[in-house]
Design a protein around this ligand. Structure first.
Ligand code: SF4
Length: 365
């Protein structure tokens, strides 16, 4: 096992070293890794946790990812689409509660009506959430899958400045196993490059615990994040959904192994990339009631409270067991605030909370 001092002072870990850290099973070793990641986070990013209010715009998707509950072939899903007004209302609530940023997420569509709606919603949010505390309005992250460079440019011009596009796994053959032939690894890579070209801060992420995935694959994922100079990461445990091809193979997960591996992945990513943003995702909480707090203790600094109107929340089920389906946005707010202060961290109210990594890249040299 790598020396504790090395864990805190180095970020240039080899694939072998990262795979070894990700495979840690002894409680004392895991605690050593956790503590090192938390220290690296506090030294490089401070103790604030940034909120991104999550608005799930629509569960209509043209893709057929083999792990996803809202894939196009799942005919058992009630499909919905929020109106622009509903999106903007959710964002205004967010600004009023001093959240600082929103994420608009959706199933993937590339038709003109979809692009137009997003552009309109982004423009309105920017215009209607300006205040003394947020002179440029809310920060907006989009997560709408693979789009053309032109569409990315339209979103950017409208005022969104961060985009999350998960690679899901950086291993091309594993990627091919969990996607239909029409969805290629190469196309995902090109979209990530196009996002950078369009001027976005770029986020990506992977699923942890996929069938056939090893700690070496995960170590390779972190090397990929570094190579692509990623600004923010959203990743979490893979949870099989019964109405999907992977779920139907009978593949089962062990919840605690899945949570522990995901937490180590957060910690290892923090050690390797000290100044980026890392989200503690809801999927962690789906497997462990205090999964998100644990994520923060292992080096994460972003949380995405759910703002989707409660009447359609249960229709956006990428995986089963999603938490907070019944709570209203205000109940989530109170609950999260208590959870975050219970672990000695504060909330970055009224701040966009961009990663230091992104801000330093953008700063004039
Ligand atoms: S993971 Fe995203 S792109 Fe794939 S089917 Fe689900 S919503 Fe669509």
């Amino acid at each position: 096992m790598i020396d504790a001092a090395d864990l805190r002072t180095r970020s240039d870990f080899s694939i072998d070293e990262m795979a070894e850290i990700l495979g840690a099973t002894r409680p004392d070793e895991i605690e050593e890794i956790r503590r090192a990641a938390e220290n690296v986070l506090l030294e490089n990013c401070g103790s604030e946790v940034y909120y991104r209010g999550l608005i799930e715009y629509s569960n209509i998707c043209q893709c057929d990812c083999c792990y996803c509950g809202i894939r196009r072939s799942n005919k058992g899903v009630h499909r919905y689409e929020l109106s622009v007004e509903q999106i903007v209302d959710a964002a205004k609530w967010c600004a009023q509660e001093r959240y600082g940023s929103v994420v608009i997420q959706s199933g993937e569509r590339r038709d003109k009506a979809f692009i137009k709606t997003i552009v309109e919603a982004v423009r309105l949010i920017k215009r209607e959430t300006r205040s003394d505390a947020l002179p440029q309005g809310l920060g907006i992250t989009l997560s709408l899958g693979e789009q053309s460079l032109d569409s990315y440019r339209h979103f950017r011009e409208a005022g969104a400045h961060r985009y999350l596009l998960r690679i899901e796994t950086s291993d091309p053959s594993l990627f091919a196993q969990i996607h239909p032939n029409e969805q290629s690894f190469q196309s995902r890579l090109e979209s990530l490059d196009a996002l950078r070209e369009a001027g976005f801060q770029v986020g990506t992420g992977v699923m942890i615990g996929l069938p056939g995935q090893t700690t070496r694959h995960l170590a390779g994922d972190i090397a990929f994040f570094k190579e692509k100079d990623i600004d923010m990461i959203g990743m979490g445990p893979f949870i099989p959904h019964e109405a999907t091809p992977i779920g139907q193979t009978g593949y089962e997960i062990d919840r605690s192994t899945q949570v522990q591996r995901s937490l180590l992945m957060i910690a290892m990513t923090r050690l390797a990339m000290p100044d980026i943003n890392i989200a503690a995702t809801t999927a962690l909480q789906a497997l462990d009631p205090i999964g998100r707090e644990k994520g923060l203790k292992y080096g994460a600094n972003v949380i995405m409270p759910l703002l989707t109107p409660s009447e359609v929340r249960s229709d956006y089920l990428l995986y089963p067991g999603k938490p907070c389906l019944d709570e209203s946005a205000s109940q989530c707010r109170a609950c999260l605030e208590a959870r975050i202060s219970s672990i000695g961290r504060t909330i970055g109210y009224d701040k966009w909370g961009d990663s230091r990594h992104a801000l330093e890249r953008a700063a004039p040299k």
